[in-house]
Design a protein. Structure first.
Length: 518
């Protein structure tokens, strides 16, 4: 082998189709997808791995997984040209090679507003597509869970970087335009983003038409307004996503579908604004709630397309996030819908802003979280479940998945179990899931109930395993004039086709008809 191959800078591109380059020149890769995936996994994780563990991740089927691993490592050495970057012994493997992901990773948990424009532009330029977009391995569940989790984080960071750059460079249209176009392509159904890109294109053309090359001063610096017609409809829900900033700078993703009297759904955990449209767990909720109304929903911080790994996940911050989304979406008066711990957040919001809430609908909620309720047996059970959650979230553990899904949806089918797997994987990381559960466990709004002054409807499934039905009764009893309806169901998340969901929708529509115009 020519010694010149050992000289120069070696880099792996994982943000887009997988490539290995030396001095910018692409190198030939092994035809085996599993070998290429192993190379990418070792490079991105950048730590030592036990051989047995790698065999479990990539070769749980062959008769000789260690032999398969040795063969793949030999092919990786050929790609690397015999460099010392690949370090192996009888028990462990490690690889130290630069990747484009290493430049993006520090921004996953960062406040993008504190980063320089030049840094954000450089990272944006390094993103050529989805994370390892061409290296999925459907039969390697743990690898695929790892790949998709990082792909989701990268998607969120890319959207955040592009939004930040478009905002910063508003007065430099030629510089901002490529980022606006990319942002519009990533969220193709968002009419506001398309309008922003079109406005920047007009400015660029205007600059080019000026003899001095200088842009005429605009009469107003007001950004393009949202279209009067909300994006999407029950027949064509779309994937339009917009972003706003929380008080602490956290980027929140929100979306709007349908038309009519507005419903603002307070956030709950395990949501993903675009993926939920494909999920049989949540799709029917959005379709029915936006059939006769404008439904505005948002991903809670650390969930879905909102910023992940945020330090502050306190109850007070949850309430202020709801306030920010209500402002950003331009809602003056609306029905406030709370689900699960979103009920407590809704109660706090309604007390602060009664003039904006025409009515409040609370489903499956609780006055006190499981730790605040003070039941020693429940606390011990929940803490054990939380430990299992932290260790098994996103891993191929069928016992954990079935137990977790059955707690929320005892009536789940095999399809629901499969989608719950995907929902867990895409919406929230293991650490954030554990932190959010811990934060919700100490919620206590018992002192707030008698301060509510808006019409309130409380609904609860009779055999709910997540929030006992007594929690709903207590909530309704503490709110003056609240109506309580008990639904015949075991499910914390009501399923499509079950009578309880149809009854829920009927009660919601009747309540909105009664209160929205009041």
């Amino acid at each position: 082998m020519n010694g010149s191959r050992h000289i120069g800078v070696l880099e792996l591109r994982v943000l887009g189709d997988f490539q290995v380059t030396r001095n910018g020149q692409s190198l030939d890769l092994p035809p085996s997808r599993k070998t290429r995936a192993l190379l990418a996994y070792l490079a991105v994780t950048a730590r030592q791995h036990q051989r047995e563990r790698l065999c479990e991740i990539f070769w749980d089927i062959p008769d000789d997984p260690r032999g398969a691993l040795r063969w793949s490592l030999s092919k990786i050495r050929q790609v690397l040209g015999g460099e010392s970057a690949l370090v192996t012994d009888r028990n462990a493997v490690a690889l130290n090679v630069e990747t484009d992901y290493a430049r993006l990773a520090p921004l996953v948990k960062a406040d993008l507003s504190s980063r320089t424009t030049e840094e954000l532009e450089a990272v944006a330029a390094s993103i050529h597509g989805g994370f390892l977009a061409d290296l999925s391995l459907e039969r390697c569940f743990e690898y695929e869970a790892w790949r998709q989790a990082i792909a989701s984080e990268c998607e969120i960071v890319e959207l955040g970087i592009l939004r930040e750059l478009v905002e910063r460079l508003a007065n430099e249209p030629r510089r901002a335009l490529p980022f606006a176009r990319r942002l519009s392509c990533l969220v193709p159904d968002d009419e506001r983003l398309a309008a922003e890109a079109e406005a920047l294109e007009d400015k660029v053309r205007s600059v080019a038409a000026q003899p001095t090359g200088r842009a005429p001063q605009p009469a107003s610096r007001t950004p393009p307004q949202s279209p009067s017609k909300p994006a999407g409809s029950p027949q064509d829900p779309g994937r339009a996503v917009q972003f706003c900033r929380a008080l602490d700078g956290t980027r929140l993703a929100y979306a709007s579908t349908g038309s009519g009297p507005a419903i603002l759904r307070a956030a709950h955990w395990m949501s993903h604004l675009t993926f939920d449209w494909d999920s049989p767990i949540w799709r029917h909720w959005m379709l029915e709630l936006s059939r006769r109304n404008r439904l505005v929903r948002y991903d809670e911080r650390c969930n879905g397309l909102s910023q992940r790994h945020v330090v502050d996940i306190s109850f007070e911050t949850m309430v202020s996030d709801l306030e920010c989304v209500a402002e950003a979406s331009g809602l003056d008066r609306f029905t406030l819908l709370g689900l699960s711990h979103g009920c407590a957040v809704s109660i706090a919001y309604a007390i602060r802003h009664p003039e904006r809430v025409s009515g409040m609908i609370l489903y499956g909620g609780y006055v006190k979280g499981w730790r605040a309720r003070g039941d020693a047996g429940e606390i011990a059970t929940r803490e054990a479940a939380a430990t299992l959650m932290r260790e098994n979230w996103g891993r191929p553990n069928p016992m954990f998945r079935r137990a977790f899904c059955s707690m929320f949806i005892p009536g789940a089918t095999h399809e629901h179990f499969a989608w719950m797997d995907e929902l867990m994987l895409r919406t929230v990381s293991p650490d954030d899931a554990w932190r959010l559960q811990s934060a919700s466990s100490v919620i206590d709004v018992s002192e707030l109930l008698d301060k509510v002054r808006v019409p309130t409807l409380v609904l609860h499934a009779r055999d709910d395993n997540v929030a006992p039905v007594e929690s709903g009764r207590t909530m309704a009893a503490g709110i003056s004039g609240a109506r309580f309806i008990e639904l015949e169901s075991q499910n914390h998340i009501l399923l499509e086709g079950e009578p309880a969901f149809e009854e829920f929708i009927d009660h919601v529509r009747a309540f909105i008809d009664e209160t929205a115009g009041a």
